[in-house]
Design a protein around this ligand. Structure first.
Ligand code: SF4
Length: 126
């Protein structure tokens, strides 16, 4: 007879923060409970099988009016790549001016996801 386990997750889809329960037999999901909407059900299924996260951080800017440029991934990346990607981004320096939406890192760590600038940074007046 198969035995199942229940793993809980906190939904981050909205401020309600539903407590999601995934009943599973190893990697196989038997049932998802506790979601208030379908976003939570999808989140629980993904979190259980292949968790992903958006990455937001900053990179250094050379010659800009600001010393750092905020950046983010265009799509979520595998959760186990987040720390490695953050470390990599902290080694990158771009030159001002930079336009919002500029690709700062293409195909980050082979995930197929680009990292882009999320604001303009003008060049510092000479
Ligand atoms: S399941 Fe739906 S209602 Fe509940 S926290 Fe997630 S997004 Fe919000």
């Amino acid at each position: 007879m198969a035995t199942t386990t229940v793993t809980t997750y906190l939904c981050i889809g909205c401020p309600l923060g539903c407590r999601l329960e995934v009943e599973h037999d190893g990697p196989d999901i038997v049932e998802v409970r506790g979601f208030g909407c379908k976003i939570g059900k999808r989140f629980a299924e993904q979190e259980h099988t292949a968790p992903t996260r958006m990455v937001t951080t900053t990179v250094r800017v050379k010659g800009g009016v600001w010393a750092r440029l905020p950046v983010k991934t265009e799509e979520p990346v595998p959760k186990d790549k987040v720390l490695e990607l953050t470390d990599l981004l902290h080694t990158i320096e771009v030159s001002a001016p930079v336009k919002m939406g500029t690709v700062i890192l293409e195909n980050a760590l082979g995930t197929g996801v680009n990292v882009i600038a999320t604001r303009d940074v003008e060049a510092r007046p000479a």
